[in-house]
Design a protein around this ligand. Sequence first.
Ligand code: B12
Length: 582
Amino acid sequence: MAQNLTREFLPATRKEMRARGWDFVDVVLVTGDAYIDHPSFGIALIGRLLEHHGYRVAILSQPRYDSTESFHVFGKPRLFWGITAGNLDSIVSNYTGNGRVREQDSYSKDGNPYFGSKKIKTERRRPDRAVTRYANLARAAYKNVPVVLGGLEASLRRFVHFDYQQNRLRGSALADAKADILVYGMGEKAVLEIARRISTGKSLNEIPGTCIRLSDREKNDFERKQPLVLPSWQEIREDKKKFLQAELILDKQARSSGKQIILQKQQGIWVAQYPPQPPLNSVELDKLYSLPFVRGVHPGSGRVPAWNMIRHSITIVRGCSGNCSFCAISRHQGPVVTSRSRESILAETRKVTGMADFKGTISDLGGPTANLYGVTCAKDSCRRHDCLYDHVCPHLRIDESVFVCLLKEVSAVPGVKHVYVSSGLRMELLLKTPKLLAELLNHHTPGVMKIAPEHTESHVLRLMHKQKPEVLPRFLEYCRKLTRKKGKKIIFNPYIISAHPGCTERDMKLLAQKMKKLGLTVKQLQDFTPTPGTLSTAMFVSGLDRDTLEPIFIPKGGGERRRQRKAMEEKKPFKHRKRPVK
Ligand code: B12
């Protein structure tokens, strides 16, 4: 099946399809983002993978959605439509955490969220709840072509979820979109199985890593499979506590890679989730990243800000077992951490150095949590996968030399002047890897180190499922001692979330005082955003504590959020007095 592949982009116009001598395609992949052919973009990964397995794939990027016209560009797909909202949920891309329309869109041409000029604000390039909108148009364009949903929006909206733009609960996107199947999490294995089944006329049932719709009668047939039944849409509507309970079950299942089928009654139909696909192992991940990506923006999409963020960055690890309450990674990428091999990362580094606009700086060697690179677990089958909370798990095998060697080898690639790690780093883990920390501080931090304490108050940190309050001061003291010896000055850029469930204005004031005392200036303050599929959003909706199920304070409404943000507007930072060297 594998065949030599041209290095050009996947066809994104009828003309490009024709140029390949094709009068039909097997799969049309529809995305709410501009088409960037790079492994950091889900649609490119899925597209190149399907192409690698011999399928004809075309990309329909940011189609007009006021008619089905754009959905006829490539003709009737022979096998299926693959639909995603893009790298982010369309509501996260289209609206700020305070529900205001975003006037900047990192995943669109020139950062312009509109098809027309920003001034006249015509139609936005990406519709709200794009997955459902595109699925309905695809269905209307060609009645009986299977519709496959995938990507972050579909994945995190696969069950009853909260939509902060509408400020209400919604049923599963699979039900709304009336699609044939939904791929959740990282979709490589599931989408290949779907393509194989459709091309051989087989049913789409029982594919790991997918969700399907069931009628009441079909659901009864499932009873014998002892499924796990979540609180239904109706029950959750009547009692928000049931929403938190459902989310806690899903979190537990995601962390334990549970083998049970999960069912949930929506307004009409049932959604059935099959167990997850096993994560790609290191060899499979390497193969994926060796696919012939053009590493660029499709000419039709011009300048796209998100491209600047990742053009000279390299993803070295997938998955994260930090399980922060406000993050959806364990529900999407999964809690199992997979690291790429040095050879694969060095091969990609050489590709980056070969890019015309490369000036010598690798902007990031990262992933969800960069310093989980090379970390493994001593236990065969852990069902907790909660490796950092509330302390670093003793079964975690942390060999810091793996990442240290990689940093040195990437730095030694001809043409590389600087290698930075700008992805998230966990402080409590860094304190256990002094050689790696020293290497990062001395050679791989551009003067400013990003740290993500997110908060300082213990009860808020517990609700966030983050590190203990004493970790931050210990980390800063250790780093400052280390860099002082080297005569190097490092500025720490703390990421802080305000208005998180359980956080009061007083907590933000205490946080501001502690930041001052620690000599930190907060530039990255983010108002909590109740995005789909996180336990923080479940606390936001239910008003209950994720651990005790007791009521907690929920900062809601512009006034409270503004007051919390204001509490942070600190006066001139407190100068850290140099202790006289003894
Ligand atoms: C790396 C990363 C970043 C990087 C780069 C992002 C990028 N690649 O564009 C940076 C640091 C720039 C970033 C920024 C932000 N990020 Co970020 N980021 C991530 C992270 C850790 C990994 C994303 C990634 O690299 N994915 C790699 C691609 C290949 O994966 P994928 O898109 O999921 O694609 C796979 C599947 O979805 C599926 N699939 C995809 N498309 C399709 C289509 C079909 C048909 C099928 C079948 C399957 C399928 O298969 C693909 C391959 O496995 C995710 C966490 C996660 N995803 O779990 C958070 C995440 C995406 N980020 C998030 C957020 C909120 C942000 C910010 C808004 C934060 C902020 N406030 O500034 C900004 C937004 C950027 C911007 N400026 O607008 C949230 C999004 C929440 C949501 N529900 O949308 C996430 C989920 C983390 C979280 N907090 O939960 N981010």
